[in-house]
Design a binder for this molecule. Structure first.
Ligand code: MN
Ligand code: MN
Length: 345
């Protein structure tokens, strides 16, 4: 399928017609919208203050997120009954294991915009189970018995899936003032990626990376934010253990995805575009603009692995490179002698 049908590794997510609801806006890209993205799906979601993505779970994917702007609060329950409330701001990430029930609510001031990444390209609303949809899908008598309500009271509940709902902006007191079991106010599901000291390549750019090493609960996904200076190149490389999903936060870039046997696709990316690289496929990203290019990258593996071209070349004998390329010793000596990662302009 990949060789014959896939022509593009780019999807213009922010140009997609959004799903609108009370208090929220969402744009999603699964493999059904973006055929190349078989291993990872993504969503761009915005919540107003008080707007919530209702209580739900995902049957076939874990959820990794990065907050671009604003603030939000999440609730999540684990199968052991423990529950957690976390608060997020710009540059923070979250991770929710597959199947765990959760909610997200904007807490203001202003809109909260975040990118959700799912470790299954077949993720879709079909595999997302909302609490209102669950309750209205069982016989009314069952809902009444389960919730301790009369049939008339069950009639007051939503008749169809709510998905987005507009509630009050929560305050901390609301978390602990109810007679219910008290959730932990925790950072178990939060990792503040932008607070990390980045790997810096002078003149080239920076990388921040979060894997299951830094963020233990994130066992199936890793994430990264890369900044490329104008003209800088995230060098030719591949990832042995993961597909790569990219969201272009700002700037413009060019990427080639190399699929072997002479097949390669070169495309240009702008703010709000999504890129995808299948596991093992060679690629680079070059900043083609005048400003810093900022890219959010998600991987569907908790461990980060990459093989960079420069390091591969640098760790092979020059004689082997001479023979491999049929070149002089003089020319082989010009190849990189150490890992570049990002090559400045
Ligand atoms: Mn979710
Ligand atoms: Mn990559």
């Amino acid at each position: 399928m990949m060789e014959k049908e896939i022509l593009s590794f780019k999807y213009q997510l922010e140009k997609k017609e959004p799903r609108l609801g009370s208090g929220g806006i969402t744009r999603g890209a699964s493999v059904h919208d973006f055929p190349a993205s078989t291993g990872i799906a993504g969503v761009s979601m915005r919540l107003e203050p008080g707007g919530m993505r209702e209580l739900h779970w995902h049957a076939n994917a874990a959820e990794w997120a990065y907050v671009l702007s604003g603030h939000c609060r999440t609730t999540i329950i684990h199968p052991d009954g423990s529950s957690y409330i976390d608060t997020f701001g710009p540059g923070d990430t979250w991770y929710f294991p597959k199947g765990y029930g959760h909610s997200i609510q904007g807490i203001g001031p202003g809109e909260c915009h975040f990118i959700l990444i799912f470790d299954n390209g077949d993720f879709s609303e079909d595999h997302t189970f909302s609490i209102t949809d669950f309750i209205r899908s069982v016989p009314k008598e069952i809902a009444a018995q389960n919730l301790g309500l009369s049939l008339e009271e069950v009639d007051l509940l939503p008749k169809k899936e709510v998905y987005f709902a507009l509630g009050d902006v929560p305050d901390d007191a609301s978390c602990i003032s109810s007679p219910r079991p008290i959730p932990e106010l925790s950072s178990k599901h939060r990792y503040p990626l932008d607070a990390q000291q980045p790997r810096r390549i002078p003149g080239g750019g920076t990388q921040r990376l979060v894997t299951s090493t830094e963020f233990p609960i994130s066992t199936t996904m890793s994430g990264s934010v890369i900044e490329l200076q104008p003209g800088a190149l995230r060098e030719m490389h591949w990832h042995p253990n993961a597909d790569e999903w990219q969201y272009y936060i700002s700037g413009t870039a060019e990427m080639t995805v190399f699929l072997a046997e002479g097949k390669a696709v070169t495309e240009h990316f702008e703010t709000g575009d999504v890129g995808y690289v299948p596991m093992g496929a060679g690629h680079y990203i070059k900043n083609t603009g005048e400003d810093v290019c900022r890219i959010l990258i998600g991987f569907n593996n908790g461990h980060y692995e990459a093989i960079d071209l420069s390091e591969w070349l640098a760790t092979n004998p020059e004689a082997l490179l001479q023979g491999n390329f049929g070149i002089s010793k003089n020319l082989a000596e010009k190849f990189p002698s150490q890992k570049l990662f990002i090559k400045p302009k």
